[in-house]
Design a protein around this ligand. Structure first.
Ligand SMILES: Cc1ncc(C[n+]2csc(CCOP(=O)(O)OP(=O)(O)O)c2C)c(N)n1
Ligand SMILES: [Mg+2]
Length: 561
């Protein structure tokens, strides 16, 4: 069998049966083999950033990797920003990058470049396949690496792809989630509720549990090392004194329904505050789920959320840092004197660790679930507030929401907390142009769920070609395109960075008018039927119509200025 055909067959047998792609000459045998292995669904994207972001969205919803097929170094480079976001989301992605035939590379023809160097900027695993015989084993290693929550890049020289001598490889078992350190669960039980922990037969000092744990494994040594104190309290300060304030910062798998329910029980039983990371890869939200605020994007607001804390407990989240450095402002947002303790690292099973903790210290306490609030849509021009009401009021059950609404979305978190239950996907790595591709991939992974993309105008224009793929594949995506004719957030950042007043020339760099893009026309031109609305009540009606009809739709929401 030729390499390309065995590769695709092996990927399918390992459960990787969707490939978002933008191919070129070096990938022609891969493309041709799609007819020999019809179990692989090939999905064409018209820009590599769309393919990469779609693979990310697919992985966040399916919980398993898709493949992306990219054309040499330049194709990979076009996909890097969304691969960066995927890396930050810890999404499993198998990136296959075609390369020149091995004998051709030394002639330095125009598309020759250092593919591995580019790949390493985002990938946890990189390999250039040397021979057709090894190709499918290398592919299984790539799938294995991706399933650990990273991007695995396999560079595939054209001759390895076209030569004979490959065989379908047997799939490997999927790795189980990495457990958190049981010693840390006990430490934190003792910290949050010393009495409950003791009566549960855990009468061991926090300190000895911790040092035992750290002797056991590399993972626990790592977490023990992360118990740090900004003051001088040190590890001896881990027993929580009466009246001290503790918070659980939730990220990664802590943001599932189970994780959030366990966190809510812990909070209700101990008074510990709850907060979620600023940009979760995936978070369950809405009626029936505990409502948990997210750490603010703006550092000064985040500082206010964290103020007065004595203990910060990380469950699948990183310690809070400012998104950017600002003149005279701190980067580390942990309040002075606050101890940071790790319940579960970002790559560990935070969901189970929270349940174990809840069972130890909140056995009798139920979670506090958000109750559905039927919101009326206040009629009138579209502001952040009326927009949020219209989105929340019309949201169908079990929707997937891809949120790249940026400044127009300021009022969404509050409105959506009591809306129909949904899965929220956010801009994990700050590289804009993610929302439409992620929505596209999510809709491929869950064809039976409505997908809503809330997309700011400036961000949309990085990867607007995603609309064409949605039309081609007839995906159930409704996009609300938020047209404020500006890079509005950068106007605010100009002031916050103390860069000075925007003069006329600077203002032009942050302004999207003159001409203002017409997104309804762009969308219709890409094959996605579009309407334009100026009023909240019209948005509400347009959304309900779009959800009721299969296939993609776009609603251009002209924001009031
Ligand atoms: C790949 C990438 N390029 C540039 C930026 C810098 N950037 C951050 S926000 C922004 C403008 C966002 O404008 P828009 O999406 O319209 O949202 P608004 O601020 O208007 O709500 C830009 C250019 C970025 N974050 N990522
Ligand atoms: Mg804008």
């Amino acid at each position: 069998m030729i390499g390309a055909q065995a590769l695709i067959g092996s990927l399918v047998s390992a459960g990787v049966d969707t490939c978002f792609m933008n191919p070129g000459t070096s990938e022609m045998h891969f493309v041709a083999a799609l007819d020999a292995v019809p179990e692989m669904r090939g999905i064409l994207a018209l820009f590599e950033g769309v393919a990469a972001g779609a693979a990310d969205g697919y992985a966040r919803i399916a919980g398993r990797p898709a493949a992306v097929l990219l054309h040499l170094g330049p194709g990979l480079a076009n996909g890097l920003a969304n691969l960066h976001n995927a890396r930050r989301a810890r999404s499993p992605v198998v990136a296959i990058v075609g390369g020149h035939a091995t004998g051709h590379a030394r002639y330095d023809s125009p598309l020759q470049s250092d593919i591995e160097a580019l790949a390493r900027t985002v990938s946890g695993w990189v390999r250039t396949c040397g021979t057709t015989r090894d190709l499918t084993q290398d592919a299984m290693r790539a799938v294995d690496a991706a399933r650990r929550g990273q991007i695995a890049t396999l560079v595939l020289p054209a001759d390895v792809s076209w030569s004979d001598g490959a065989a379908i490889a047997a799939p490997r078992p999927a790795p189980s989630p990495q457990p958190a350190d049981a010693g840390q669960v006990k430490v934190i039980a003792g910290l949050l509720a010393p009495d409950a922990a003791r009566s549960a037969g855990l009468a061991r000092s926090a300190r000895s549990a911790r040092s035992e744990g750290s002797a056991r494994s590399e993972g626990s040594a790592r977490s023990a090392g992360l118990a740090r104190s900004a003051g001088s309290a040190g590890s001896a300060g881990l027993a929580r004194s009466a009246g001290s304030a503790a918070m659980l910062l939730l990220g990664g798998t802590a943001l599932t329904e189970r994780g959030l329910a366990a966190a809510s029980r812990i909070s209700a039983a101990t008074g510990a505050r709850l907060l979620a990371e600023t940009f979760p890869a995936r978070m369950e939200v809405g009626a029936g789920i505990p409502a948990v605020n997210r750490l603010a994007y703006l550092a000064e607001r985040a500082e206010a959320q964290l103020t007065g804390l004595d203990h910060l407990i990380l469950a699948g989240a990183q310690a809070p840092v400012s998104f950017f450095g600002y003149p005279g402002r701190p980067s580390d947002l942990v309040p002075a004197g606050c101890t940071v303790v790790v319940l579960a690292e970002a790559d560990q099973d935070a969901e189970t660790a929270l349940e174990q903790l809840a069972d130890q210290i909140a056995a009798e306490t139920p979670p506090v679930l958000a109750r559905a609030a039927r919101t009326a849509v206040p009629p009138g021009p579209l502001t952040a507030s009326t927009l949020a009401s219209a989105i929340a009021a019309s949201l169908p059950e079990h929707a997937i929401v891809s949120d790249e609404a940026n400044t127009s979305g300021a009022a969404l978190p509050q409105a959506l907390a009591c809306a129909s239950r949904h899965t929220l996907l956010t801009l994990t790595g700050g590289a804009i142009g993610q929302g439409l591709p992620v929505a596209t991939g999510a809709a491929v992974a869950a064809p039976d769920r409505p997908v809503l993309a809330l997309e700011a105008d400036g961000s949309a224009l990085y990867t607007i070609q995603a609309l064409w793929t949605q039309a081609r594949e007839q995906l159930n995506v409704t996009t609300v395109l938020l047209n404020n004719a500006a890079y509005a957030i950068l106007r605010m950042e100009l002031a916050r960075t103390a860069a000075g007043e925007a003069g006329q020339r600077a203002s032009r760099m942050l302004d999207l008018s003159d001409p203002t893009p017409n997104f309804a026309e762009i969308s219709n031109g890409m094959g996605v039927p579009a309407t334009r609305v100026h009023l909240a009540e019209d948005l509400d009606q347009a959304l309900r119509r779009a959800y009721a009809e299969p296939g993609p739709h776009l609603i251009e929401a002209i924001m009031s200025r």
